[in-house]
Design a protein. Structure first.
Length: 208
């Protein structure tokens, strides 16, 4: 696939590494283009840095790897997004680590409402950057929960997850991001405040 990444922080750079290792073509951008250029130079193969306006051109999928508070502005700065599948990986929290939206809406739904021309799929918000950055294969297959309203966009996300060595789990419509985002926050709490570290991820197993 050809994939555009919006954001060159911990998660954006982690996606660039994982996707390049799985032989995807990656374009990455950031509000500070030098940050994107640094990631591209570090990863090297199959990753290039582009201005925000250009990052969606010719892509099959966009990954919105910015904090929730910046997500709408960052996505609006990109051209050629109409009809595009966009993965929202954010968890909406403030300085005291409490959710800023929930129960009756979610970050993913608010982004979709603000930019109705794209097809938002919530995914990867329950996985820490070190796990995303690891090369595909080996060890336990980490589950990626994905929720969205467009079947085609969801299928694109499913195929991306499979191609990079994750186990995709269909979590239903986009409104179920209201459950995935608190799950992501619980994972963050367990990793940092609970002392379990960033090599953890939630998963569902069949028992019996």
């Amino acid at each position: 696939m050809k994939i555009g990444i919006i954001g060159a922080g911990n998660m954006g750079s982690a996606f660039a590494r994982r996707l390049a290792a799985a032989d995807h073509e990656v374009a990455i951008t950031a509000s500070d283009l030098d940050e994107a250029r640094m990631v591209a130079s570090e990863v090297g193969r199959r990753v290039r840095a582009l201005h925000r306006e250009e990052v969606a051109e010719g892509t099959d999928l966009l990954i919105l790897a910015t904090p929730y508070s910046h997500s709408v502005d960052a996505l609006r700065a990109v051209r050629h997004t109409d009809g595009k599948a966009v993965i929202d990986i954010s968890n909406p929290f403030d300085e005291d680590m409490s959710l800023t939206v929930g129960h009756t809406t979610s970050a993913a739904e608010e982004i979709q409402r603000a930019i109705p021309g794209v097809k938002i799929v919530k995914a990867f918000n329950t996985i820490f950057a070190p796990i995303v950055a690891a090369p595909p294969g080996g060890g336990v297959k980490v589950q990626v929960f994905y929720a969205g309203n467009d079947p085609g966009a969801k299928d694109t996300v499913r195929r991306l997850a499979e191609s990079t060595g994750f186990e995709p789990v269909d979590a239903g419509p986009l409104s179920n991001a209201r459950y995935l985002e608190p799950l992501g926050m619980l994972n963050i709490w367990l990793g940092y405040m609970g002392g379990r570290g960033t090599n953890i991820a939630p998963g569902w197993e069949r028992v019996g």
